[in-house]
Ligand binder design. Structure first.
Ligand code: HEM
Length: 226
């Protein structure tokens, strides 16, 4: 198993497997958040039920620890891969051919976008997780998920920050999903084009679901839109 850390392809496999798991989490998380919009329209309390289910129960805590582990491995390997690319170039930095330059540009872009995604995640965990699951772990009463969403997205600066965060995440996902499929071996000419299209559609659906929640609650809090 040491090839997973010692070889370049092994490190790419680790990035791709952890990235795929994180995409599946995002799909679940985005679908779950859409329930808050249905609640707001229908006067139901489905979102509160989901938040209670995902509180500080053992299975939710196992999920949180697993998620934290995936994020950490994904980030550490991203830095290792970039450093390795940088070192491999060495003195040849200005003599590399066009295709290679493109690959390096995409990889550097992914690192910069990834850093914006992590900064946004820090803000997001502070806004939600630190007021919901964390107090529950510490034995305090958690805040209501619905009320936190209503409060957060009634503030224009959070709306702007989340939209920038989601835009960075969209770019990161489109390239990331495509790149993972490349690593998994689906890399002939026909499938690379198809994966580009599938990656664009999947990333757009996920990001649109998150953005709908942000904009819906901003709209419903805004006096001029009410
Ligand atoms: C409209 C946008 C979003 C809303 C309303 C939202 C809502 C929430 C809520 C309510 C929680 C707390 C759950 C709990 O502690 O019980 C949470 C946690 C979390 N969110 Fe989001 N989220 C959004 C976007 C995102 C995005 C884009 C990401 C990833 C890039 C993300 C990643 C996470 C993570 C990693 C946690 C911690 C999960 C855990 O404790 O296991 N969220 N979010």
């Amino acid at each position: 198993m040491s090839w997973l850390s010692s070889s370049s392809i092994g490190r790419k496999v680790v990035m791709s497997v952890t990235g795929t798991c994180l995409v599946l989490f995002l799909l679940f998380h985005a679908s779950m958040n859409i329930v808050a919009i249905f609640d707001s329209i229908n006067g139901t309390e489905g979102y509160e039920a989901i938040c209670e289910f995902l509180g500080a129960n053992w299975y939710a805590l196992v999920g949180t620890v697993g998620l934290g582990f995936l994020v950490c491995v994904h980030i550490v390997y991203a830095f290792i891969l970039n450093a390795q690319n940088y070192r491999a170039r060495g003195q040849e930095r200005y003599a590399i051919p066009g295709r290679q330059k493109e690959v390096e540009w995409a990889s550097l872009n992914m690192l910069v976008l990834g850093i914006i995604v992590v900064l946004g995640l820090g803000l997001h965990l502070f806004n939600f997780w630190a007021k919901m699951q964390l107090p529950e772990i510490l034995g305090y009463y958690p805040e209501s998920g619905t009320e936190l969403i209503e409060y957060t997205f009634s503030q224009w600066y959070f709306v702007v920050a989340y939209i920038i965060w989601l835009a960075a995440l969209w770019f990161h996902l489109t390239h990331g999903i495509w790149s993972a499929m490349h690593t998994f071996g689906w890399n002939n000419n026909i499938w690379m084009k198809r994966w580009k299209c599938i990656a664009n559609i999947a990333s757009t659906i996920i990001i649109l679901m998150f953005a709908c929640v942000v904009l819906y609650f901003f709209g419903s809090s805004c006096a001029c839109c009410a």
